[in-house]
Ligand binder design. Structure first.
Ligand SMILES: Cc1ncc(COP(=O)(O)O)c(C=O)c1O
Length: 307
């Protein structure tokens, strides 16, 4: 899997090889980028590609630019236009992943705030096998970054040094994924996804004060669990050992979609297989993102049949 041929750099469609920024730009020197990872879903019956929750991803990107005190913040309409043009020029007609990065391009000292740049690219991405099989995870000895240090609520590229350290360590130890705890030892999130537990028919997820990214998929889970699946959801602090006590655990995120977790720290979750509630949540999610059910049509931005 590799990035498609055309990217959008500062509003211009350019070949992948020409999407370049200076080696001394602030994003290289200090990690001054904010980004979004989104998915596009192909509906073969309607011959349509739907970008899922584009408006919310754009708003989170703009929020990140504000908190990072960028010189200027792109208009939402401009961001949407760049993304749609990039998908169209690549003739994207299958499931894909999209990345948008807004960055500080200036070569200056640490407090530099501009000029601001924008790059958007995509790659074809089918579902991962792990959504069927589930994954075994560990709880990291790396602590989740704290809101008053490197705010996880801001999807800043520099934050991901934390996630990378935890993920690499876990993979070297033979796990397929990693969960992190807050400074006070409560469950936070996975390296690129939020986490839900199922206990006695209730969904439980760490609250937004648990040093998580305010995940758009997490919000989708909460809304659809309550509205469409009739499942109660608790957003609260979660202990590490509640993971071990859970009937089911799953991850959610644009990239991870809905991924069952079948073991944590080599302790089986439930019977060690993806559970029935996780399967219901997955089934509903995949129908929703592809537009196979009509609910929340405002969450799906059509790429090909637009006014
Ligand atoms: C650290 C982290 N948490 C959670 C998520 C899930 O967020 P979203 O559902 O908005 O994609 C992501 C990325 O996608 C992430 O990087």
């Amino acid at each position: 899997m590799s990035t498609c041929e055309f990217m959008c750099l500062n509003g211009e469609i350019v070949p992948y090889k020409d999407a370049k920024i200076h080696a001394f730009s602030a994003v290289v020197k200090y990690g001054l980028g904010v980004f979004e990872g989104l998915r596009g879903y192909w509906n073969a019956v309607r011959k349509e590609l739907y970008v899922f929750r584009l408006a919310e991803h754009i708003e989170r990107l703009r929020f990140g630019m504000k908190v990072m005190r960028y010189d200027s913040i792109y208009e939402a309409a401009y961001l949407e236009d760049c993304l749609i043009r990039m998908l169209r020029v690549n003739d994207m007609r299958e499931n894909c992943h999209i990345r948008m990065i807004a960055y500080v391009d200036g070569d200056d000292e640490l407090t530099v705030t501009g000029p601001v740049g924008l790059v958007i690219g995509t790659l074809k991405r089918p579902h991962r096998k792990s959504i069927e099989t589930g994954i075994g995870m560990t709880v990291s000895s790396w602590q989740r970054i704290a809101d008053n240090a490197l705010p996880p609520r801001v999807k800043c590229t520099a934050n991901y040094v934390n996630n990378r350290a935890a993920e690499l360590h876990a993979k070297l130890d033979g796990y397929e994924g990693v969960l992190m705890l807050t400074a006070d030892g409560k469950l936070s999130e996975a390296s690129g996804a939020c986490v839900f537990l199922v206990r006695q028919g209730r969904l439980i997820t760490p609250d937004v004060g648990s040093d998580i990214l305010e995940s758009i998929t997490r919000d989708t889970m909460i809304v659809t669990a309550r509205e469409a699946l009739g499942l109660p959801v608790d957003e609260r602090r979660v202990d590490r050992t509640e993971l071990y006590a859970a009937d089911e655990v799953f991850l959610c995120g644009s990239g991870q979609e809905v991924t069952p977790v079948i073991a944590v720290d080599r302790l089986a979750i439930g019977n060690g297989k993806p559970g029935p509630i996780t399967r219901r949540v997955q089934d509903h999610y995949f129908k929703l993102v592809k537009g196979e059910i009509a609910d929340h049509s405002d969450w799906r931005t059509a790429v090909w049949h637009r006014n």
